[in-house]
Design a protein around this ligand. Structure first.
Ligand code: ATP
Ligand code: MG
Length: 561
């Protein structure tokens, strides 16, 4: 049984759900709903695939049906096991389960072949010996009808003989193709005798050299669906014009089921690209550090960046399923993520750009432990200990020698609250020879322990800090949009690579984190107060702590609030 995680809120209704519900009411498909997610293992899954995954597994779960995971591996040229492993990991991580229903189109090669012979026997397919170039010219255009190939009327015997010899490897690539015999004058180009099989002397990663002819997608897909008993074959809009061919294949073969193809609009997201070809190019040419680079829109990139499966699922619910192409703004994805992380991420103190502060009236060698709530709104997340001592780090930005109007944090002579600790006042600014501020000398008021003054005086700013001798040193990576424009592929004649954002990744070395983060778990989110949500990066290793910023906070007190 396909299943969806319990946490998935009941998904909003959409036209596909309505169609399925209608079919069930009409008693079609014996009341069953069987869907499938059919990736081609030629790249990693991205957020667009997540939309399709949530839709297909969601439909199956809603109607107590099942959703298959099927590798659509009919093109030996670009496919690889690495991609299969990644796809399995990503769909599972998103929280979906196909049970025993894992399938490979390559397991159906003999079936596809038998179907092809069946069509030949019925006079519905023929072997064409025109060159690829000739086939193109014969096909006609959107405005001009096509012309019949001179080989279109070969006898069944001749077609069978040639097709069997194609399979036996007697011909080089391109010598012949098997074509459906439909209508060269059809207004739908997809019906002008489309190719069903081509010769390709190439090893397949699963069937090795067993085959030297491979079926076309439009032929293999409806058959795969029918063999698996799929009821609703949901795909993206670019296949709308292929639906008559999908139906033709099913109508002309003797198959165990009659699936229905339904198309929906693919997800487009601003400031990124979603075609596998372009993603592959970004990886191969080293514009990013791999498929799971946290700037990539891939599921593995989002995971490494610190996205949660729940956030991705609610995003897919939120954007809905429709029939018209649109682009969703990246901020919608980020907002959904923030909502999820806000509820569950423990709060911690971390200084990204440290400035040393010596509290001159604090006893040398003394350490106090403050208890910090892990979450302001959820006491069940508990507390942790924060050591405090004479030397601390604060954020460089939290000090201004010459504070502008509206700046309420630390400045010469000013007092601020250290989160969970004391009020401190800046008494002296220490600079290096270049005139840069390298240290502040401050004094604390022991009567303000815990953050409020006994005499009732107020401070306007609260800043975060870490104790210098207890701090964990870390590398922190901050991310920005991968591209500088919303649609990097919009302009014809320009290269999308020219729109890469040169500042999409910034590495900060020497960040100082509160010591509780020594136990930070992989895949777990932390809110660095005032800085955003962060998670441990895969590059982290003993002695080398690396964090990613997943997303900034919606409104940060850093702006002086
Ligand atoms: P390519 O970019 O090579 O055409 P693809 O992204 O369509 O590939 P597939 O492996 O064929 O990749 O996709 C698997 C399934 O995911 C298909 O059913 C496809 O329609 C769906 N899908 C792919 N991209 C999106 C998208 N951006 N939004 C929604 N669904 C998508
Ligand atoms: Mg595709």
């Amino acid at each position: 049984m396909g299943s969806v995680p319990e946490s998935t809120p009941s998904a909003p209704s959409n036209f596909i759900r309505s169609l399925v519900a209608e079919d069930l009411r009409a008693g079609k498909y014996d009341g069953e709903v069987v869907t499938r997610f059919p990736p081609e293992p030629n790249g990693y899954l991205h957020i667009g695939h997540a939309k399709s995954i949530c839709l297909n597994f969601g439909l199956a779960a809603e109607y107590r049906g099942r959703c298959h995971l099927r590798f659509d591996d009919t093109n030996p040229a670009k496919e690889d096991e690495e991609y299969e492993r990644a796809i399995i990991e990503d769909v599972s991580w998103l929280g979906f389960n196909w049970g025993e229903h894992l399938y490979f189109a390559s397991d159906y090669y003999q079936k596809f072949y038998d179907c092809a012979e069946e069509l030949i026997q019925k006079g519905k397919a023929y072997v064409d010996s025109l060159s690829a170039e000739e086939i193109r010219t014969f096909r006609g255009t959107l405005t001009a009808p096509g012309k019949d190939s001179p080989y279109r009327n070969r006898s069944v015997e001749e077609n069978l003989d040639l097709f069997r010899r194609m399979r036996a490897g007697e011909f080089p690539d391109g010598d012949h193709v098997l074509r459906a015999r439909i209508d060269m004058t059809s207004p739908n180009i997809n019906l002008r005798d489309p190719a069903l099989y081509r010769i390709k002397h190439m090893s397949h990663h699963r069937t090795a050299d067993a085959w030297c002819i491979y079926p076309m997608y439009d032929f293999a897909h409806p058959i795969s669906d029918a063999l698996e008993g799929v009821t609703h074959s949901v795909c993206t809009l670019e296949f709308e014009d292929h639906r008559p061919l999908y139906d033709w294949v099913l109508d002309n073969l003797d198959l165990p089921a009659r699936p229905k193809q339904i198309e929906f609009a693919r997800l487009n997201l601003s400031y990124t690209v979603m075609s596998k070809r372009r993603l592959l190019q970004l990886v191969n040419e080293g514009h990013v550090h791999g498929w799971d680079d946290p700037r990539m829109p891939t599921i593995s990139g989002l995971r490494r960046r610190g996205y949660t499966p729940a956030a991705i699922r609610s995003f897919c619910d939120r954007i809905g399923v429709g029939k018209s192409e649109s682009t969703i703004d990246l901020s919608v994805l980020e907002d959904t993520l923030r909502e999820d992380l806000n509820a569950l991420a423990p709060r911690v103190l971390a200084v990204l750009r440290p400035l040393r502060v010596v509290i001159v009236n604090y006893p040398e060698g003394q350490v106090e432990i403050f208890e910090g709530a892990n979450h302001p709104g959820d006491p069940s997340l508990g507390t942790r200990n924060l050591p405090f001592s004479r030397e601390i780090y604060i954020e460089r930005d939290d000090f201004e020698e010459d504070p502008p109007k509206g700046f309420f944090r630390l400045a010469p002579g000013r007092e601020v609250r250290l989160r969970f600790a004391y009020f401190i006042r800046c008494d002296e600014v220490v600079k290096n020879e270049a005139g840069e501020v390298v240290e502040l000398r401050c004094s604390y008021d022991p009567t303000t322990r815990g953050g409020s003054a006994a005499d009732g005086r107020k401070v306007k700013g609260t800043i975060h800090w870490v104790s210098a001798s207890h701090a964990l040193k870390a590398e922190v990576r901050l991310y920005d949009r991968l591209f500088t424009v919303a649609n990097p592929t919009a302009e014809k004649g320009t290269d999308f690579l020219d729109r890469l954002n040169p500042e999409s990744m910034q590495t900060l070395n020497g960040c100082m984190l509160e010591p509780s983060l020594a136990d930070a778990e992989a895949q777990k989110s932390y809110q660095f107060e005032r800085q955003g949500y962060f998670c441990v990066d895969a590059d982290s290793a003993p002695g080398r702590l690396v964090f990613n910023r997943t997303v900034t906070l919606r409104d940060s007190w850093a702006k002086g609030k």
